[in-house]
Design a binder for this molecule. Structure first.
Ligand SMILES: C[S@@+](CC[C@H](N)C(=O)[O-])C[C@H]1O[C@@H](n2cnc3c(N)ncnc32)[C@H](O)[C@@H]1O
Length: 266
């Protein structure tokens, strides 16, 4: 990851060093009480539009089983259930208990407790059976994971063959001027405003440091394909401030079926 990281930042003055992600969920527990408010204000509500885009790429079919990793306060999984009537059940997983507690209140308030459950779980050791889900989502979570290739392997394990992963993550705009303006926002405004709202400046410095040092765009797609996903593609959102990644678990069964049909017919 480090060579990609250098590639991402070598054109920028004063790019931050990569921060430690160890036990980062503890930081989210600390800011859980203000997380939703800070999120809405700091993204100017645009995150809702991004979540909507993610929902529009759910796989085809009905009675879908969905896992939302790093679910936090459950905004992404609740948005999916609000937009699609093709979902049968949803599981939201996170390591931060305080974030999950807020999420559970929201699940209950939406009357979804019988279809959505929030569980403690690590993206690097998902406590689910192989092939348990048709779709897997992860919004603004992958950047926080200590071992991303391990998380990719776990995603592939719990997705059914042909299942889809949808990852939403912050990125940097390609346009030079917009990129510079956005970097100013990330480095100078975000930590101050986020720190004021949450009482935790470090949490919002961590946010800008991880955004600036995390691979995005084609580098991230390549990373997913190296891990075993196929058809990985990146959809830049709002000038590339965020990117939606779409990829599929190879449908080995259909490959096997084709092979045996070929053998039978030969
Ligand atoms: C920026 S929040 C995103 C929350 C939510 N997905 C959203 O869209 O608002 C990142 C979340 O990732 C969680 N997280 C970090 N590392 C994790 C891991 N290894 N496994 C599961 N969750 C993790 C944190 O606890 C935090 O709730």
């Amino acid at each position: 990851m480090s060579s990609e990281t250098l590639q991402v930042n070598d054109d920028e003055q004063s790019a931050p060093r990569e921060p430690s992600r160890r036990e980062v969920w503890r930081m989210f527990d600390r800011i859980a009480h203000r997380y939703d408010l800070a999120n809405r204000l700091l993204s100017f509500g645009i995150d809702r539009r991004w979540r909507r885009r993610l929902a529009s790429h759910l796989p085809t079919g009905t009675h879908l089983r969905v896992l939302d990793l790093a679910t936090g306060t459950a905004d992404q999984i609740l948005d999916l259930f609000a937009r699609s009537d093709r979902l049968a059940e949803g599981v939201g997983m996170d390591l931060a208990e305080q974030m999950l507690a807020r999420g559970r209140q929201k699940v209950e308030a939406r009357g979804l407790s019988d279809r959505v459950r929030l569980e403690t779980g690590d993206a690097c050791a998902i406590p689910s059976e192989p092939g348990a889900f048709d779709a897997l989502t992860m919004s603004f979570g992958i950047r926080n994971v200590v071992d991303v290739p391990l998380a990719f392997r776990e995603m592939l394990r719990v997705l059914r063959p042909g299942g889809r992963v949808l990852i939403l993550e912050f990125s940097l705009p390609a346009n030079g001027l917009i990129r510079r303006l956005h970097l100013f926002y990330l480095r100078h405004l975000l930590p101050r405003v986020g720190g004021f709202l949450s009482g935790d400046v470090a949490a919002y410095r961590y946010l800008n440091q991880t955004i600036e040092t995390f691979p995005y765009g084609q580098s991230f797609c390549d990373w997913m394909e190296q891990a075993g996903f196929e058809n990985a593609r990146a959809v830049p959102l709002t000038f590339g401030i965020a990117t939606l990644y779409i990829a599929d678990r190879p449908n080995c069964e259909s490959v096997d079926e084709e092979r045996s049909a070929h053998v039978d017919g030969a």
